[in-house]
Each structure stands twice: as C-alpha cells, then as structure tokens.
Design a protein around this ligand. Structure first.
Ligand code: AMP
Ligand code: GLY
Length: 450
C-alpha cells in the first residue's frame, strides 16, 4: 500500500460523498480505457467542479484535450497501483470489461483506493454466460432456457434434439463474437464445433446453448454499490453494421436516449424481475456487484427477458447518456465506489441525444489503420460533441486507429432533431475511408411523429 493511501484513505472513507462535494475537495481521477465510452466519461468528469486532475490510460486522440493520456499497461496491476500512489489518485474508473474480469478492481481496492467497477467475482456476470444463467436459475430471473456443455458430442446431441433456431454461446469473453444465432441445424452444429475447436480460445471450452427468443432488444443500466442501485436514463444501441439492422454484429453503430420503448412500467418490471434479484443474489452469494450493471434485454410476448449482462457502461450508449446527464458524474461514480448510493439521484436533460458511429470501412472485419481524418476538431458546440474512439494524433493531424473511430453525438428537442444535427455534423468530417449507418434512430423516430 502507498503511504498516502495509508494516511488519508480511511479518514476520507468516513466522509459522505456529499460532504466531499461540499468541502470541494479536489479529486484526482484515473480513467481506464480508450473508447468512445471513455471519451464521453472523460468529457463529463472534466466538467465536475470537484475534479483536480484527470488521467486517462491509455485514452485516445480526443481524451488528450481533457486530461493527461498515460501509457500504462493495465494488465500489469502492480504498475497501476504504483501509478495511483505516485499521482495521489482518489478514484479509479474502469471502463472496459477485460481489466474488470482480470481483477484490476480487486487489486486497487486491496491498496485502499476507491474504484468504480466490479470485483473479479462480480464481473463474472459479464465474464461467464453460464455464471449468469446459474444466478438466473437461483433468483428466478426470466431468461432463455439453456444447457451448458463441456463436451462437443453432448452439445451436438442437444442441438439435434432441440432443433433450430437456437443460440450457441462461448461461455467466456470473446470480444462480442462468441454468439451465433443459428437459423438451421448445420449452422448450429458448425458453431458448436467452432467453439470447441478453439476459435474463441479458453472462452469456448464451455458452451452455453440457449432457446431462441424473439422480440425487440433493449437495454437498461443500473449503477449499484452492491446494496442499493439507481437506474440511468434509457438508451438504445444499434448492433448490426449496416442499415436496416443488416450485416454482422458490431460493438454498436449508434445510439439514442431516451428510448421511448422503455416505458416507466417496463422499467419498473425489469427492475423488479431482473435487476433487483440480481443485485440481491450477488450480495447473498458474498460477491456484491458494485459498478454499472448493463442488462441486455429482449421484449418477448411473455414480457422482458434477460439476454446477457455486461459489467460496464455500454459503448456508444454512454455517449448519449453523458450528453444528457445534467448532474455531476463524479457524485454518482464516487457514491458507487464508496458504497454510499443511498441518496444519489442523477438528473437528465429533457432533450434527446443521438450518436452516429463513424467506423473504418471493413469493420467489424479487417480494416486499415492510419488513414487521415480532417474537419473533426472544430465541430463541438453545446449541442454537438465528437467523441473519439480509435483515433490518434500526430501533431495537429488526426488519424484513424481502430474499427470504431468517431462518435458524432447531438442533442435536440426530439430524437429526430438530434438525428438531423448529428448527420449534418457527420457531413462536415472528411474521412473517405470511414462509413456509418444512415438510419440511427429508426425505431424511435416514427413513434415520435405519431
Ligand atoms: P450477447 O453477446 O449474449 O448479447 O448476444 C449477442 C446478440 O445475440 C444479442 O444482442 C442478440 O441479438 C442475440 N442473442 C443472444 N442470445 C439470444 C437468444 N437467446 N435469443 C435470441 N437472440 C439472442
Ligand atoms: N453497445 C454494446 C456494448 O457496449 O456492448
């Protein structure tokens, strides 16, 4: 443990978050990640009057204007702890799933730092599909019927018995690629064989086979300190690469908030049937979930059912949420990290937000890095923000450096107004090697004009 943590953390822990805010204590934050999600979090953290210094590891071409990008190997936990000691970090916010599943939050907590993000044990909600299915059984959470296999022949026999459509999932983290929704038996069998043949490495040593569920997909985010939770404003992602929800699954090609499909009644039902039993089930097991629980849901004829959990904020959903958040994001993140969520109630703009993702041509398959982007640096206003993901700067120039590259996010009185402003802004960016969907918001916009 570092000297500073030993000296002051225990004293500070006794202060309620509101006291911290009132005393306007200057807070040093380390934000881990490099995506559009992290740029959006950095943008909001940088607006906080409580912030002293913001470090982003590794950050991207956009975060460098909000704080210090630092070249820190986050797989090297002791290096992260040493950095936090050296820079007197008060709060670590872990953006992506990989460091959470690897136990970075545990190491930092052991060194007495306040961390936003679940422990390794709780991050199993994202890290292992069979872990989540077992919790679902235990807590009676509505979800797809399933079976779990460690043997290829048993799995193939089960697929034959069940028939198609059927869903084949590698158990572990597979960068969003481990799920096959098989429409016929041969596709299902190929997916099973693929998993066991090692296509997803250790993630595929165990396979979960699920009943196919039909309905509109939605998501809900709940920030929990392990006991209490608060749900955030609603947001809807667009997972497929091309217009009309065609093409391969991606990390997300655009989002909007609020999502009109998520009525108050529906949110209350999802909280009651899915979120609350998950939070209490994890606490009862002795592995409380502290961080943001991202529920991927499907609205079936029998009601909302859980598809999967993520143990982190969604990307690009965070971009639209941070544009609409009117309260101090550090209040929320600190309250969660300190286990003191009792009175926290984030507030949201009445405006709508919409985000269009600009990706490198070829994404989610192979794509070229290093292509120049111009015109993206002068577009930010109160109503628009260009959040970076895979970008890097060389002097004054900006280059693509990843699959999803820019997130053009706009606010409007309606989703369609936000959409128009976002696409007008996209038009002002010159990047011939990029592409985007042209129909972000397609489900919500017709509902608005009724
Ligand atoms: P996941 O990585 O578990 O979110 O799955 C990726 C995508 O596969 C989801 O967003 C759904 O579109 C689809 N999916 C996963 N499980 C099912 C299921 N049981 N029934 C229908 N679609 C599913
Ligand atoms: N937007 C999907 C995800 O963050 O996984």
């Amino acid at each position: 443990m570092c000297a500073r943590a030993a000296l002051s953390q225990s004293a500070k822990r006794n202060l309620a978050v509101q006291d911290l805010a009132m005393q306007n204590l200057a807070i040093n934050v380390l934000l881990i990640g490099s995506g559009g999600r992290e740029h959006a979090l950095a943008y909001k953290i940088a607006q906080s009057a409580q912030l002293a210094r913001l470090f982003i590891a590794p950050g991207n071409g956009g975060t460098s204007s909000l704080g210090d990008n630092v070249d820190l190997d986050v797989t090297h936990h002791s290096a992260v702890v040493a950095f936090c000691c050296a820079h007197k970090i008060d709060l670590i916010v872990i953006g992506p799933e990989a460091p959470l599943v690897a136990g970075l939050a545990d190491e930092l907590r052991k060194a007495k730092f306040d961390v936003f993000g679940p422990s390794k044990a709780a991050a199993q909600l994202e890290g292992s599909k069979s872990f989540t299915k077992a919790l679902g059984d235990e807590m009676n959470i509505p979800t797809a019927a399933y079976a779990r296999f460690e043997d290829v022949e048993d799995a193939l026999a089960y697929v034959k018995e069940q028939g198609a459509p059927i869903v084949i999932k590698a158990d572990g983290l597979a960068a969003g690629k481990g799920v096959t929704v098989a429409t016929d038996l041969s596709e299902a069998e190929a997916a099973v064989k693929d998993c066991f043949a090692g296509s997803f490495g250790a993630a595929g040593h165990c396979v979960v086979i699920e009943e196919f569920m039909q309905g509109e997909e939605v998501s809900l985010f709940a920030v929990s300190d392990g006991k209490n939770y608060v749900t955030l404003a609603t947001a809807q992602d667009h997972k497929r690469a091309y217009d009309g929800d065609q093409g391969p699954n991606t990390g997300g090609m655009g989002a909007y908030s609020p999502a009109p499909v998520m009525s108050k009644e529906l949110i209350a039902r999802v909280e009651r049937e899915i979120i609350a039993p998950t939070i209490s089930g994890m606490a009862e097991r002795g592995t409380p979930f502290s961080g943001v629980l991202y529920a991927g849901l499907i609205l079936t004829e029998q009601g909302p059912k859980l598809i999967e959990y993520n143990a982190r904020f969604g990307d690009p959903e965070t971009q639209v949420l941070m544009m609409r958040l009117t309260s101090d994001v550090l209040d929320l993140l600190l309250a969660c990290a300190k286990g003191d969520m009792g009175t926290i109630a984030p507030t949201w703009s009445k405006k709508s937000a919409l985000c269009v993702v600009l990706a490198a041509k070829g994404y989610p398959g192979p794509y070229e890095n290093g292509t120049p982007i111009t015109g993206a640096d002068t577009l930010n206003t109160e109503a628009t923000h260009v959040f970076h993901a895979g970008t890097k700067r060389e002097g004054a120039e900006l280059f693509a450096n990843g699959g999803r590259v820019l997130n053009i996010t706009a606010l409007g009185d309606t989703i369609s107004e936000a959409r128009d402003l976002a696409y007008e802004t996209v038009e002002r960016i010159d990047w011939p090697e990029g592409f985007c969907r042209s129909d972000i918001g397609w489900r919500a916009i017709p509902k608005e004009s009724k």
